[in-house]
Design a protein around this ligand. Sequence first.
Ligand code: DQA
Length: 149
Amino acid sequence: MHSILILNGPNLNLLGTRQPEVYGSETLADIEARCRDKAADLGIELAFAQSNHEGTLVDLIHESRGTHAGIILNAGAYTHTSVALRDAISSVELPVIELHLSNIHARESFRHVSHIAPVALGQICGFGSAGYLLSMDAMLSHLTQKPPS
Ligand code: DQA
């Protein structure tokens, strides 16, 4: 059975109350519950984590090696600033899908830069919380080399 880590970065613990017009009104716990239901449907194992700390995110990426088959990463603002996260992804050589609730390309110019994108399998953004579920389909499709059903 494949195991996937969904990893969330800074401020995503505030979903539900944080700028709902941008990020929606679901909490991170609501999103986790939907991801867990989908994981059960897909027959995969799911780990779900959030940290506001860059080093903790780096540690969790390192620990994924040998534990998880792939990572879905919403790195929040660290997407736009963190060479350390990019290097961690390159170091573990696991498939990583970069995920954002909002369409970062339609927002402020500083959000158009992603340090994650060049080392990611691909990027999903702009679909709100549905992006988490779409990313799971995309990851499983990549891992099994089968298109999503
Ligand atoms: C985000 C987009 C980032 O630019 C922002 O800093 C976030 C959330 C998103 O999910 O849309 O914290 O990653």
